[in-house]
Design a protein around this ligand. Structure first.
Ligand SMILES: C[S@@+](CC[C@H](N)C(=O)[O-])C[C@H]1O[C@@H](n2cnc3c(N)ncnc32)[C@H](O)[C@@H]1O
Length: 396
């Protein structure tokens, strides 16, 4: 059994894991973590390199009767796992859920016990009663053979204990964060969201964005080891620039990526000679006008919806005429007005009319649910317009 420590947007994090590991058993979840069974360590390590927003994964080793047993568990774990030829051992501790014990005190006690009976040197890396962050984890080399991080996790009345098997590599992430050198535009699809949408679309490693604009999706897909990437846009200038700058954008990509960039009005998608049958579409088109708190009115929302509906009607009706048959992960706008959310309900009817049906984004037996329309919402508190994320499948 494994515990995934989630990102702040926990529903999207769960949806991402659920898409990447559809056959696993989802045992339970809180806003902080997700417990998963029937999954192998190899599978997790294999796919973890494309997940950027899971903080870490813990392998559960034991269920404890009480918090006090964590000391015994930790001592035994370290004694068992320490390789004899080394005289040094670094360890850290972390807790999740309603754990009352003080991590720092526990760590010092564990250290004392171990030092008492052994001659080797033990280092406890937490500096206070707080979980360590990924930078400390990395600097202290807690992923190494004679190093470890041990975790105590409480869910309902169960107490689980285990070791961290994989941790988000923050340095690697900032190394490949090419966005700093680019102009961030107000309406740009947030990079983190793009990464999650890509993984939520998972079923193979082929991706297509028919409204490529600032290339967010394709850069993130390339950097997450997706191997066949198509993108197009109605604007020839965007296509030209992306072709020219490809190398500098996809620094971490390699020559095994098969790209195809082309100019296309999406309304002509049915005429294309490209084969779309094996691609997943991950995209965001128009969200409508930028509206601040002072601009939003119900009339304005209504006008936006009517205008956008004409565009999306075209998109879905033409897409229906192609051989496209995989998933679309797409975001539509929703608006906040006087503490209430207003949705782009016109598009629900359009999707239904052209047989694009929302897919399950979250496993059934956990407590968290999608919206009634099977979507997950993503919105920054200071913005009036949010994004409603759907995973759609075309039915014939
Ligand atoms: C500006 S982005 C959308 C960004 C943001 N989500 C928003 O709501 O403004 C839309 C992209 O779609 C492209 N686009 C617009 N109409 C199109 C069409 N009919 N076919 C293909 N691409 C189109 C634009 O050139 C642009 O790159």
């Amino acid at each position: 059994m494994f515990i995934f420590i989630l990102w702040r947007e926990f529903k999207l994090s769960i949806a991402e894991i659920y898409s990447l590991f559809p056959k696993a058993e989802y045992v339970d979840a809180t806003q902080e973590f997700l417990i998963v069974d029937n999954i192998s360590k190899d599978e997790i390590t294999e796919k973890f390199k494309r997940i950027w927003w899971i903080i870490k994964v813990i392998e559960v080793q034991d269920e404890l009767d009480s918090e006090k047993d964590f000391l015994k568990f930790s001592i035994e774990y370290i004694e068992e796992n320490k390789k004899n030829e080394s005289w040094k051992y670094n360890f850290g501790l972390a807790k999740y859920g309603e754990i009352k014990s003080d991590l720092f005190t526990s760590g010092i006690q564990i250290k004392k016990e171990l030092v008492k009976s052994k001659i080797w040197s033990i280092r406890f890396v937490n500096k206070e009663n707080r979980n360590i962050n990924s930078a400390v984890y990395k600097n202290e080399k807690l992923w190494g053979e004679n190093w470890t991080e041990l975790n105590i996790v409480m869910i309902w009345l169960n107490i689980l204990a285990g070791n961290t098997i994989i941790f988000q590599d923050v340095d690697e992430y900032s190394k490949r964060d090419l966005w700093k050198s680019r102009d961030m535009q107000v309406w740009m699809l947030p990079v983190k969201l793009a990464q999650m949408m890509i993984n939520i679309s998972w079923s193979n490693t082929w991706i297509y964005d028919p409204f490529c604009w600032l290339w967010t999706v394709l850069i993130e897909a390339a950097n997450a080891w997706y191997r066949k990437i198509y993108w197009s846009d109605i604007r020839q200038d965007l296509v030209d620039i992306s072709e020219k700058n490809l190398e500098s954008f996809i620094r971490f990509g390699d020559s095994s990526i098969d790209y195809s960039i082309f100019e296309m009005d999406v309304m002509d998608i049915w005429k294309t000679n490209k084969k779309l049958d094996w691609l997943n579409i991950v995209t965001e088109w128009y969200l409508g006008d930028i509206m601040t708190k002072w601009h939003v009115t119900l009339e304005r929302i209504d006008i936006q919806c009517k205008n956008l509906a004409i565009l999306y009607e075209g998109f879905f009706s033409w897409l229906r005429k192609t051989d496209f048959s995989w998933n679309i992960v797409i975001s539509f706008p929703f608006w906040e007005f006087k503490w209430k959310f207003y949705y782009f309900t016109e598009v629900y009817g359009i999707m239904e009319r052209y047989w694009f049906k929302p897919q399950k984004l979250l496993p059934e037996n956990i407590e968290f649910k999608t919206t009634k329309s099977w979507s997950i919402l993503y919105k920054r508190e200071d913005q009036q317009v949010g994004r409603e994320i759907f995973k759609l499948k075309r039915y014939f």
